[in-house]
Design a protein around this ligand. Sequence first.
Ligand code: BG6
Length: 450
Amino acid sequence: MTTPTLVVLGAGGDLTARLLLPGLAALVNRRHTSVRLVGSGRGELSDGEWRERVRRSFGDESGPDLDEIIETTRYVRADATAPDDLARLIESLPSAPIILYFAVAPQVTERACRALADVDLPSDTRLVLEKPFGTDAASAEELNRLVGSLVPEDQIFRVDHYLGMSTVLNLFGVRFANRMFEAVLSSTHVASVDIILDESLALEGRAGYYDRAGALVDMLQSHALHVLGILAMEPPSSLGARDVRDGAAAVLRATRIWNDDPVASSRRARYTAGKVGDRVLPAYVDEEGVEPDRRTETWAEVTVEVNTWRWAGVPFRLRAGKALPRLDKRVAITFKEPNWIPDGLSGFEEPDRVKIGLDPATVWIHFNTNGPADPLEVDRVAMRVDLDPGDVPAYGEVLAGVLAGDPTLSVRGDQAVQTWRIMEPVLRAWRADAVPLEEYPAGSDGPSDR
Ligand code: BG6
């Protein structure tokens, strides 16, 4: 296989430094993946300065393969929205296939793709796009048409790094490499499912992006729905791209807002001033760059239903929030009560629950067993297993697919459209102010009465 050339457009940006290059370093070091790296951006940067940035982002990762990348990487100054610049950049590249990674704002990605229409692209070029992909179902469809006119769908990688998280991929292992879980994962046994993505991080200087996105688009329309796609899919016959993405897409097509009622089935809130651990945080509206009149939420909860034979009637609650007391990203499956508890067995309080930690990587099984004194009086216990966090971070896993030309862990065009279709009723209700914008102090558990 020829060594691919990864061209990072937006090389000077935060995403490149903080996630992309560290992910690449881990991947190259641990799995000996071969790649050539080219950085590109509008800013003036010498090759030496760029190499220094790459070295810094590689952090503690080191080794001969990484040294070679640092020694050979180049920086090409180019405006990604200008066809002439793009043509010059592409002509200068050392080897095919070329991978164009758009580590830039979505509006810039879209303009760059329009510009690429006027450029002679090698036929095996791969395009990598970050979220959000569009702003609603119609714009996602339009964007699909645009990128689809440049390269075939299998060469388009819409990144959702949750699909590369080893703990999300662990859902395949837990579900399909055991008998005991999968057999009870259906409306016959399951009362409800929560997909919870709580973060202690707050805005972290990202107003330019986040104040327009909010928790709903930033986390639920993307990450949470893709986790749902894996969690609720029918067992695929293989983990090949076609089977996995067909399975997840079928779940998304079957998903809609609970009772078709976006007002009753959603909540939103934003944080006020408070303290997370030792960090004193200002109110979200007082953060630099925030426009309070946008009424952007930093906490969102939406309940959906998956209308399939297996899942109809089971509420799936999706929730994400910032400035919460702790990092806690998990899937929690709550089972129904036993059909019958024999007379004489007492003390039953709660049904069993399985929690699959996405971050921290832990599985908890809460169940009822005999109590300390009387064996016929049940007590609640928990079994905990710490999982291996995986050899590469999520971005490394996503890049592994991109470099190998395998789109299994990327979002397919129809999935991107479906995620918007599912959330559009909530977005409309929130824009119309039909759902109150609640508040919670930073560092608290979120809005009250939950
Ligand atoms: C990003 C969001 O996609 O995911 C951030 O834009 C969020 O707001 C991040 O903090 C969470 O990712 P992770 O890998 O830390 O769970």
